[in-house]
Design a protein around this ligand. Structure first.
Ligand SMILES: NC(=O)c1ccc[n+]([C@@H]2O[C@H](COP(=O)([O-])OP(=O)(O)OC[C@H]3O[C@@H](n4cnc5c(N)ncnc54)[C@H](O)[C@@H]3O)[C@@H](O)[C@H]2O)c1
Length: 423
């Protein structure tokens, strides 16, 4: 079989994981890595030498790569979030299949533009967690009805993030950069997979993702960044099920992610820590992936490219549940609330400074799906319930909310709730 030629946009940061995975699949005969593009590759001379030695052409501008590499079949976009919209539109113009890193884009209006531009359905969004063995197993149980009616999906995690995480890139911890939305934070970057997986489990059919009808949630800034590092939400789904999420970077002790799906006939849960899928049908050990965390996502992408699968696991429209939920979260929260220094301590660990919020570790550990304000944590602010509608008017309202919150690059306390209520 003719091996499809791939281009990779971005090669440092998480894109390095893509480079290594592409090399692995190349060595296994699945594909050929033809070109990479990164304006900053010169900052990694050893990597640059390795890339050249492997016969891979190097570009510093993605448009130059798309113009010169007529033989490309697919391209992987693994660049900062704020560049995704523009790069995806450029790649779609070249007729390529595209693996777009998650999150696709920050705002519902941006996602709608991309969905409309992707007329031939050539984009796969790289939420690789939904391709994992445990995600696929849970989804099969749901689609086969083995869990009965799904009542609740809970995702909880704290991944501590130290100074270095925020210093690694200029967009880290930002809401916007220039005029481009970033919306960096636990629910919209590092732990976004969990919200997307919850939407996957909320969809009844095998390939279906749920979209929320209401969202109620809270967003907080503990570390002094323009964006947020702590959130919780409850989303109502059309089926009557609820999604509960509590995701944080603002606690010293890690809380590895925990996912629970509760149905009328059964339940299941996964713990990142124990690498085990427990359920009312028994416990299953999760398997190691041969080429690392992107492995299953690449298998599924390559199979789709070969025509062995009808569609990618996450098409752009399948990410609507995730994007709508996180947009409505910001509106429901009334922007991002700054936690008063009375309610956190800072700790100097070997990797740098970390912020640790009073009462959070107990809230994340006890498993009850309660918003922080329902727990009456002293720093919490009660949210409103925001209805979600699949209309241009609603997306426009979410855009305006984002603009209000990011006015002048700095979040304004409380402004968004008033704005959204007023429509
Ligand atoms: N799937 C996952 O599990 C996972 C994990 C981490 C990050 N990510 C995602 O990966 C993406 C990149 O995140 P990151 O933290 O690695 O970002 P980053 O800022 O470290 O950048 C990644 C790379 O993009 C390059 N880049 C910047 N501008 C570019 C341009 N104009 N053209 C080509 N390359 C350019 C940078 O030089 C860098 O090498 C984000 O969407 C992030 O959410 C996904």
């Amino acid at each position: 079989m003719n091996k499809p030629a791939f281009g990779l946009i971005g090669i440092g940061g998480f894109a390095r994981e893509h480079y290594n995975t592409l090399r692995y699949f190349e060595s296994e005969g699945w594909l050929r890595l033809a070109a990479v593009c990164d304006p900053f590759i010169g900052e990694q001379p050893e990597l640059e030498r390795e890339v050249r030695a492997g016969g891979v052409r190097i570009y510093h501008d993605h448009r130059a790569m798309l113009e010169s590499e007529a033989g490309l079949r697919a391209v992987v976009v693994a660049t900062p979030i704020l560049l995704h919209e523009e790069m995806l539109l450029d790649c779609l113009g070249s007729g390529l299949f595209i693996y777009l890193e998650k999150p696709p884009v920050p705002l519902a209006s941006q996602l709608q533009r991309l969905i409309e531009a992707d007329r031939r359905g050539q984009v796969s969004v790289g939420f690789q967690m939904v391709d994992s063995d445990w995600n696929q197993q849970i989804k099969s149980w749901i689609a086969e009805g083995r869990l009965g009616e799904i009542r609740e999906i809970r995702v909880v995690a704290n991944w501590p993030r130290y100074d270095g995480y925020y210093r690694r890139a200029s967009w880290a911890g930002q809401l916007v950069q220039g005029d481009r939305p970033v919306f960096d934070g636990p629910a919209t970057n590092a732990l976004a997979h969990l919200i997307h997986s919850a939407m996957y489990f909320g969809g009844a059919e095998k390939a279906e993702f749920a979209r929320p009808v209401t969202v109620q949630g809270e967003m907080y800034r503990v570390r002094p960044i323009p964006s947020y590092d702590l959130m919780c939400l409850r989303a109502g789904l059309p089926s009557g099920a609820t999604v509960f999420a509590a995701l944080s970077h603002a606690q010293q002790t890690p809380a590895p992610y925990r996912v629970e799906v509760i149905g009328s006939e059964g339940w299941c849960s996964v713990s990142e820590e124990h690498k085990i899928l427990e359920s009312s049908f028994g416990a299953f050990t999760l398997r190691e992936m041969p080429s690392g965390m992107l492995h299953d996502g690449y298998v599924s992408f390559c199979q789709w490219l070969r025509g062995q699968r009808e569609r990618p696991t996450t098409r752009l429209a399948d990410a609507e549940g995730y994007v709508w939920t996180t947009n409505a979260l910001l509106a429901s929260s009334g922007g991002i609330h700054t936690v008063d220094p009375r309610w956190y301590r800072t700790c100097e660990d070997a990797p740098g400074r970390i912020y640790d919020v009073h009462g959070l570790s107990e809230a994340l550990a006890d498993g009850r799906p309660l918003l922080y304000s329902e727990r009456e944590l002293p720093w919490s602010v009660e949210p409103t319930v925001v209805p979600v509608e699949n209309t241009a008017e609603w997306r426009g309202r979410m855009d305006r909310t984002f603009q209000v919150v990011t006015g002048g690059g700095q979040a304004k306390e409380g402004a968004a709730a008033e704005f959204v209520t007023a429509g």
